[in-house]
Structures are given as C-alpha cells and as structure tokens.
Design a protein around this ligand. Structure first.
Ligand code: CA
Length: 87
C-alpha cells in the first residue's frame, strides 16, 4: 500500500497518520521493518513534517542512538509497533 493510500485510509485516530505514512515510504523493501538506512529516511521525513523529536534527532545526527532506542527487541529492525510504542 502506498503512503498516500495509508494516509487516506482513515487511520488517524491515534494521531500517527503522518509517521505511519512516512514509515510505509521509508520501508523501501516493504519488509515491515526499517533497517538503519531506512530508519534514517524515516526520521528525515518525520523531521520534514515536524513530527515529534525527529527534527532534534536529525539536527544532532543521532540516528544510530535513536535507532537502538526504538529497536526494543534488538533485531536491527524497527517495526511500526516498536515505533508506535515509544510515542
Ligand atoms: Ca526490532
């Protein structure tokens, strides 16, 4: 599903429509999880949208630190549920 389709599909009852759409876009291989490079794209997109702490992470270049914090099960992949749980 495209990011636009997800954004338009009515999933905005949790205020996470913007990062949800960005997550789908950043998940280039559609694996359902973001690797470190995909996560960087995700943070940059969220920063662009002024979502949460993304702009701070981007400004500080703290991608790796943010990645390991959000990757709760330490499988080197950030899933949507791991991200959503931190919001
Ligand atoms: Ca994970």
């Amino acid at each position: 599903m495209s990011a636009l389709a997800i954004a338009a599909s009515g999933y905005d009852n949790d205020g996470l429509a913007v990062p949800r759409a960005n997550f789908a876009t950043a998940d280039a291989d559609a694996s359902g999880g973001l690797d470190a490079a995909e996560f960087k794209s995700f943070v940059d997109a969220n920063a662009q949208a002024q979502f949460g702490k993304a702009a701070k992470i981007q400004k500080r270049g703290a991608y790796a630190r943010a990645f390991s914090k959000v990757d709760a099960d330490k499988n080197e992949s950030v899933s949507w549920s791991e991200f959503a749980a931190q919001q």
